[in-house]
Write a protein that binds this ligand. Structure first.
Ligand SMILES: Nc1ncnc2c1ncn2[C@@H]1O[C@H](COP(=O)(O)OP(=O)(O)O)[C@@H](O)[C@H]1O
Ligand SMILES: [Mg+2]
Length: 386
């Protein structure tokens, strides 16, 4: 029996979505541990001292209806299968079984259980996706994305910044990080899992996680919108905010990101060309029935006496300015050249304060709780008795 347990443990060792939370030697101990650990799934041997597996399964089914039991037994006869199911087991594994038999059975039982509980998904905390966007280069998308992300991360939020400006991404250089690992690795990966994404992140010292753009434009083509969506599927349960930096285009890839975003931070400056492009951008979104309520206008590089003011921008675009960031060229340029976020390096500057205030209002309107619990739905906590 010790041997069975160590075999099962070995088989499940490399499964990143299955976690063994306890092991019991007999039926009685199993019940005690279930009470304490409340696992999702119990792997139960039939032949056990004290209280046998069928009896223990019956008790679990009655007292803990949320806990799913899988019976393991050498007897492959119909009779045992029938008795196990009657006792309340959800599936049956005949020994000896392979790793894939074991993993598939656990996965199936868990999936069936989850399918009947949509309310669990409704409450599952998921990352808010914030995307900085503009149909013009140089307006400050990267500057704002990097600094907002750094500001949120420095308050202990779990933040991922994804550089989706795939041809000429600037996030790495803006934060002085070596692009040793990039999103290209994920496009090449056989499967995009959370573990795979995590392997390819760069961890910034302020606590921010970065997924960097390809090193050269020729590699950008490798990354398709389905890769971006799969990456989001993998990471949204474990982050509080995912922030996208984007290129000034509206292609399938940007639309895929924008569709998934909770907030689109549309960046404009007080230049007639920015006003014109932002207007066209808004009209395009409207034409394709994009959810306009997600769009927030950010006025960056605000400066007085340039012939266009905040009111003109609001009137011209027919949407209010959500946040204003002043022009502060010296700080912006220096922090860029030194590879440090100004929200951390010069937090009292006007430009930093405006971004910190933006972070405040984003966090203030945030109803998602800490992500600690969210991973639980992805992890099948497992207890087994044998
Ligand atoms: N509020 C600001 N004040 C002064 N300079 C800024 C400001 N925001 C951005 N910049 C500067 O503008 C240039 C373009 O910014 P960047 O973030 O690269 O734009 P984008 O990503 O939209 O192309 C950079 O040199 C940056 O330092
Ligand atoms: Mg940029």
């Amino acid at each position: 029996m010790d041997e069975l347990r160590s075999n099962v443990r070995r088989m499940l060792n490399n499964q990143d979505n299955i976690r063994i939370v306890g092991e019991a030697r007999d039926g009685r101990e199993t019940i005690q541990m279930v009470q304490e650990l409340q696992p999702h799934i119990v792997l139960m041997d039939i032949n056990m001292p004290e209280l046998d597996g069928l009896k223990a399964t019956e008790i679990l089914a009655k007292d803990f209806p949320n806990i799913q039991t899988v019976i393991m037994s050498i007897q492959s006869e119909q009779e045992y299968f029938r008795r196990a199911m009657k006792a309340g087991a959800k599936d049956f594994l005949v020994k000896p079984f392979s790793t894939s038999d074991l993993v598939d059975t656990i996965q199936n039982v868990f999936n069936r259980w989850l399918k009947d509980r949509p309310e669990l998904f409704a409450n599952e905390p998921r990352a808010e996706i914030l995307t900085f966007f503009a149909t013009k280069g140089g307006v400050g998308k990267t500057t704002l994305a990097v600094n907002l992300a750094a500001s949120l991360a420095s308050r202990g939020k779990k933040i991922l910044l994804i550089d989706a400006s795939l041809q000429f991404g600037d996030v790495a250089i803006t934060l002085n990080q070596p692009a040793k690992k990039t999103i290209t690795n994920l496009a090449e990966a056989p499967e995009i899992t959370l573990a795979e994404v995590e392997k390819n992140l760069i961890k910034h010292e302020c606590g921010l996680d970065l997924l960097l753009a390809p090193k050269e434009p020729a590699l950008a083509e490798m990354v398709k919108s389905e890769h971006l969506l799969k990456i989001l599927d993998a990471v949204t349960p474990v982050y509080q905010y995912i922030i996208f930096d984007t290129p000034p285009n509206i292609t399938e890839k940007e639309l895929a990101i924008l569709d998934r975003s909770n907030l689109v931070l549309l960046v404009a400056t007080l230049e007639i060309s920015s006003l014109k492009n932002t207007k066209i951008c808004l009209k395009t979104f409207n034409d394709i029935n994009f959810d306009m309520s997600k769009i927030k206008l950010i006025l960056n590089k605000e400066i007085p006496n340039v012939g266009i003011g905040k009111q003109d921008l609001e009137a011209g675009l027919a949407i209010p300015v959500y946040a204003t960031v002043p022009m502060e060229s010296e700080i912006a340029q220096r922090s860029l050249n030194q590879g440090e976020a100004f929200v951390l390096k010069s937090p009292t500057s006007a430009i930093a304060r405006s971004i910190i205030a933006m972070a405040d209002s984003i966090v203030g309107g945030d109803k998602t709780q800490e992500t600690g619990k969210s991973a639980i739905l992805k992890i099948k906590d497992l207890l087994f008795g044998s």
